[in-house]
Design a protein around this ligand. Structure first.
Ligand SMILES: [Fe+2]
Length: 159
């Protein structure tokens, strides 16, 4: 088996960051697709290749993901319109970090990253996400006083 198999099937967080940053700057390619949904976040996959996928997501005020991982995928997302907030547990003490993500903000992360992303603003938001490899599953968590607890393990059929 060639030694490079693992390397060639993943894009790095930096590459994914570049990808969503460029796409967020080209709204003509996706703005006409955006919809808003009150039941849950609206999302549409824009691209699926062997080594990565790209999603377009809209967020109404109050909509959130809850704490989740990405099933070992690397990822990045860019806020193209509106404003979001990201919660994560930081090293070394596991303290809860809150980041404000205004339009233009980009986050990139490795395979072990956990976060909760939400729209706490007054208006809708639109984001571009890229994952490598394409998502195959994710675990959801609930943040309690003593840390994160697993609440669900989901496969692609739940999305
Ligand atoms: Fe995420």
């Amino acid at each position: 088996m060639p030694m490079t198999t693992e390397l060639t099937t993943h894009l790095s967080p930096a590459a994914l960051r570049g990808l969503v940053t460029e796409l967020a700057d080209r709204p003509a390619e996706w703005i006409h697709l955006v919809r808003l949904a009150t039941e849950e976040r609206w999302y549409q996959r824009l691209r699926l290749t062997e080594d990565h996928e790209v999603w377009l997501i809209s967020w109404l005020p109050g909509q959130s993901t809850g704490f989740h991982d990405h099933g070992g995928a690397r990822g990045a997302f860019a806020v193209a319109l509106g404003e979001l907030e990201e919660l994560s547990l930081g090293a070394p003490d596991g303290a809860l970090h809150t980041r404000r993500l205004p339009a233009g903000a980009v986050r990139a992360f490795g395979p072990d990253y956990l976060h909760d992303v939400r729209n706490t603003a007054n208006g809708p938001a639109v984001t571009l996400h890229a994952y490598s490899p394409p998502l195959t599953g994710m675990t959801r968590y609930e943040l309690r006083a003593d840390g994160l607890h697993t609440t669900a393990v989901e496969g692609p059929e739940q999305w």
